[in-house]
Design a protein around this ligand. Structure first.
Ligand SMILES: Nc1ncnc2c1ncn2[C@@H]1O[C@H](COP(=O)(O)OP(=O)(O)OP(=O)(O)O)[C@@H](O)[C@H]1O
Ligand SMILES: [Mg+2]
Length: 395
């Protein structure tokens, strides 16, 4: 039994209830948090100031180790110990590669637990400032579509701005433009960025939260934006590692991180999807769009992406190309969660550099897009009729 001074805050991550109960018994006297998946684990890190994470045998395979390593995005110095049934060199190698502190054989014993606790140096850890003090971790909402021109950027800027409005704290919402070659979030919001993600890449070793904050642009509403490179040739400077590190920081700095992506599933996009809480899959109403969406979903299935994170959003629902929605849902294996009407006010607002939710707040597409934002908003959406005064608030 631990005495008060050496009581540690310990996180156990596993799907096996029996194994978790055994570990918890051995940790009697410590403050133990049990979770079954990595998203919940990330939340605990921020909310509870965890000092040691024990990852159970359910994650003792390469994909599981990679997934659990996402905890290090949130708390880079956290000691993580993997418990594995029958240690293989593959698992050991994977654990070392991602930066786990140790791998121990299952079942746990009190001697093994003592040695794990040796990895924790509470005083030093707090002095280094690793124990998180924020009480909330941002929700990552990624907009994707494997077809160019489906409406990703239009959805991103309108959802970002709607979340800023709904939350009442626009400065707590950030858009990350991860369409690294042809990002056009800034143009859509009439922002001339002073800095872009290329500056983050060039200073990646020194990058910390204050520096990243200084690289963000601000929209007139208060919403923040991390701009894509200004020229396609600069995209090469932004590695997947830069995207991942930047996203990890934005998640700690903001309540919502809304990400626009390029129309394909390359390594940066896949690593973003892996770190997302919600993925809005935008499909417009034509056959190639549905075919590409199906192919992309097949790829995601192969890498065991959790489909419950995907929300299907139809774009241009009332356009001339009539597709049977039931058939589309059957073919994609997903239900439509929201739909955005085709409307000439959408391109008009793009050309004005102001999202349709603020330029024409009472229009059909604006209402539709607020409903898309409501899918991901955590609080109660206040969607009263928009008065001229409120409209002005966006400007
Ligand atoms: N619901 C809609 N009604 C009318 N026009 C729309 C609608 N949605 C998107 N558009 C128009 O389609 C064009 C492409 O949209 P957008 O740039 O958002 O697509 P994208 O998926 O980001 O494209 P890319 O893959 O090139 O980044 C824009 O000019 C936009 O105004
Ligand atoms: Mg786009």
């Amino acid at each position: 039994m631990a005495d008060v001074l050496s009581t540690r805050s310990i996180l156990i991550v596993d799907t096996d209830t029996g194994a978790m109960e055994n570990a918890e018994k051995l940790l009697d006297g410590h403050k133990v948090h049990r979770v079954r998946n990595v998203s919940d684990a990330q939340r605990k890190l921020v909310e509870e100031g965890v000092e040691l994470a024990i990852i159970g045998p359910g994650f003792a395979h390469e994909a599981g180790v990679n997934e659990a390593s996402l905890l290090l995005d949130i708390q880079p110095q956290l000691p993580i110990v993997l418990v594995a049934e029958g240690l293989t060199t593959d698992v050991l190698r994977a654990a070392i590669r991602v930066g786990f502190k140790d791998v121990v054989d299952s079942p746990l014993t009190s001697a093994k637990v003592e040695s794990m606790l040796g990895h924790v140096d509470k005083v030093e850890s707090i002095a280094r400032g690793d124990v998180q003090t924020r009480t909330k971790i941002g929700k990552v909402v990624t907009i994707m579509s494997p077809k160019g021109g489906a409406g990703k950027t239009m959805t991103t800027v309108n959802v970002g701005l709607s979340l800023a409005m709904m939350s009442g704290a626009p400065e707590r919402v950030v858009i990350m433009d991860a369409d690294l070659q042809f990002g056009d979030v800034c143009i859509s919001l009439q922002i001339e960025p002073q800095h872009t993600i290329v500056d983050a890449a060039r200073d990646i070793e020194k990058l910390d939260e204050p520096l990243l904050d200084s690289l963000l642009a601000a929209h007139t509403s208060g919403l923040r934006v991390l701009s894509a490179p200004l020229e396609p040739s600069l995209a090469d400077e932004v590695s997947t590692q830069v995207v991942v590190k930047t996203l990890g920081m934005l998640k700690r700095m903001f309540d919502y991180v809304v990400i626009d992506t390029a129309p394909f599933l390359d390594e940066p996009v896949l690593s973003i999807l892996e770190r997302s809480d919600v993925v809005l899959l935008v499909v417009d109403m034509d056959l190639p769009a549905v075919k590409n969406a199906k192919l992309a979903l097949d790829t995601l299935k192969l890498i065991k992406f959790p489909f419950e994170k995907i929300q299907l959003v139809l774009n241009r629902v009332n356009s001339k190309a009539r597709l049977d929605i039931n058939e589309l849902e059957r073919s994609l294996g997903l239900e439509v969660q929201a739909a955005v009407s085709s409307d000439k006010l959408v391109p008009r607002s793009v050309n004005e550099g102001e999202p349709v939710v603020s330029l024409y707040p009472r229009s059909r597409p604006a209402k539709d897009l607020r409903a898309v934002a409501a899918l991901v908003f955590d609080g109660e959406a206040i969607d009263e009729p928009v008065t001229e005064e409120k409209r002005g608030w966006f400007r």
